[in-house]
Design a protein around this ligand. Structure first.
Ligand code: ZN
Length: 164
């Protein structure tokens, strides 16, 4: 059985156990969007005590806000979120390579030129959280009324620390 078959099977148990939801509301109840890394050790619902319907969670490699901007505009303009929590984390894979390294690996593994792609790695975690928060605060697409705060999640202690 492939891992995807295992997940489909797990979903069957999940749905059987919990049953039908009565008209779940589309806009996030708590009016917040979380931008975070795709890292498997980050489980936002558990870390922040979220329930179904509470929040948007926008994920990508690193939890980079530049890549999340499209989704944030949709979240705010169409679905009423009023706060953004940027959560990056210790031991992030994005701290371990440079663009040149991945460009070379893509060339070697796939025979493709990806040198026009910025994979958005970063060398310093706290600095990067600050820069990603500033990017949102400086964006004309994100109004000043939106609360924007940046955090580092420690994958060991499981605690968040506010950075900006
Ligand atoms: Zn990460």
């Amino acid at each position: 059985m492939s891992v995807i078959d295992e997940l489909v099977e797990a979903n069957r148990h999940f749905a059987d156990a919990l049953g039908q939801v009565e008209r779940p509301a589309l806009p996030p109840r708590r009016r917040v969007a979380i931008v975070t890394c795709m890292d498997a050790r980050i489980v936002p619902a558990r870390i922040f005590g979220l329930e179904e319907g509470d929040a948007h969670v926008i994920r990508n490699a690193g939890g980079r806000t530049a890549e999340a901007l499209r989704s944030l505009v949709i979240s705010q303009r169409l679905l009423g979120t009023e706060a953004v929590m940027v959560v990056q984390h210790t031991d992030c894979g994005m701290l371990t390579f440079r663009n040149e390294d991945l460009h070379a690996k893509v060339q070697q593994d796939l025979g493709q030129d990806a040198s026009d792609i910025d994979f958005l790695p970063f060398p310093d975690l706290d600095d990067n959280v600050r820069a990603d928060v500033e990017l949102l605060k400086g964006s004309p697409l994100i109004p000043d009324t939106i609360e924007i705060r940046g955090f580092v999640y420690d994958v060991g202690s499981r605690r968040v620390r506010e950075v900006s």
